[in-house]
Design a protein around this ligand. Structure first.
Ligand code: GDP
Ligand code: MN
Length: 351
């Protein structure tokens, strides 16, 4: 098994990625982090890993976004981690606040119910707001208007492998919409009505379904002896969205906007705890050609408690193939085998 990307992608020399060159060969992309001031130390950890393994070769700009103003300390310390441009942005209030059609009493009652079902963050309003923002608003932020691709980076994640090619260029050259590292099953009670709502939308918008969609991955009904991850017809398999490399043109399309609007009006970001991960995954799985979704198996990654850890001498600090260093039962949450079963997993044939 080889982890090398196809030959042409290894050519970095000949390109100019100098940090301060306004005419560099960088493509239209930014590293993107929604983050709170109090997560500075954890964010620095993520930045140092990504700069060391990848970005010091390419110097893609960082965009930091927050629902509160960033502190001077936050700006000063993050700037020290990179040669690249850093931008600090504030979320427009109307993109973040709980929408007017949400009934607060019902929201609190629902949170009690979700908590009884062991749904994490049930009562944390800001978490619901964050999930909604990541689902339907980040790509509408005025500071991102001129960017096409993004790489989402969270505080306290780890990158283990030297990656020597420009992954954004890979996305563009290979016509990829979305890249992921880990895919997991989700907590069914957090998304009880997400699939039924989706099916209502699809029934009225059949023309939006992609020909080569990932319906099998989304609706796989395999039962696990220990756990049933099904949520009313949805397998709950989702790309774990704390890592994503994506083309915002997909999120900015009328199809996705209509889908998001439908979900937002249905209220499940607040009456349930719909995550941006299942929302993104379902949209990609239904409305995008699955050949445009790419498993970055060569990017070693950890967001506690899960890893993507390739078998390669370029990777240091993770154990090959291991999904988790948490408790063994966490292994049951791995949904990658379903992706491989329905869609495939290898590098494209040589050009
Ligand atoms: P988890 O990974 O699902 O446990 O959720 P996190 O706490 O890591 O939150 C996901 C991402 O959203 C991280 O990048 C956080 O920094 C960010 N985030 C979560 N809540 C807020 C918030 O209220 N304000 C801001 N600015 N960022 C948030
Ligand atoms: Mn996180």
């Amino acid at each position: 098994e080889t982890l090398e990307p196809p030959e042409p992608l290894r050519r970095v020399s000949g390109h100019n990625y100098d940090a301060d060159n306004a005419h560099s060969d960088r493509i239209n992309a930014t590293l993107l982090s929604l983050v709170r001031n109090k997560e500075l130390k954890e964010l620095v950890q993520s930045m140092q890993d990504l700069e060391r393994t990848w970005n010091h070769k390419f110097n893609y700009p960082w965009t930091f976004i927050n629902d509160e103003p960033f502190t001077e300390e936050f700006k000063k310390v993050t700037k020290l981690q990179t040669k690249a441009l850093c931008r600090y942005e504030f979320i427009p209030k109307e993109h973040w606040e709980i929408p007017s059609w949400i009934n607060k009493d019902l929201m609190h009652e629902s949170a009690n119910y979700l908590e009884d079902q062991d749904v994490q963050y049930a009562h944390m309003e800001s978490y619901h707001q964050m999930c909604r923002w990541n689902s339907g608003f980040f790509y509408k932020h005025p500071a991102l208007a001129d960017y096409q691709y993004y790489w989402r980076v969270e505080p306290n994640v780890h990158f283990f492998c030297d990656v020597d090619y420009d992954v954004f260029r890979y996305m563009q050259d290979h016509n990829k919409t979305y890249g992921f590292t880990v895919t997991l099953y989700d907590s069914p009670p957090s998304i009880t009505t997400l699939w039924p709502e989706t099916m209502k939308f699809v029934a009225a918008n059949k023309h939006l379904l992609a020909h080569n969609n990932a319906m099998g991955f989304l609706t796989d009904r395999e039962q696990r002896p220990e756990h049933n991850f099904q949520a009313n017809g949805y397998s709950t398999c989702h790309f774990w969205s704390n890592f994503e490399i994506g083309d915002m043109n997909f999120w900015r399309s009328p199809a996705y906007e209509a889908y998001f609007e439908h979900l937002d009006r249905a209220g499940g970001f607040f009456y349930e705890r719909w995550g941006d991960a299942p929302v993104h995954t379902i949209a990609l799985g239904l409305f995008e050609d699955s050949s445009k979704i790419h498993w970055f198996k060569d990017i070693g990654y950890q967001h506690i408690p899960f890893f993507n850890c390739p078998n390669s001498p370029k990777c240091k600090g993770c154990i090959t193939g291991r999904l988790t260093d948490g408790e063994a039962w966490l292994n049951r949450e791995d949904c990658r085998p379903n992706w491989f079963k329905y869609v495939g997993n290898e590098w494209e044939p040589k050009l």
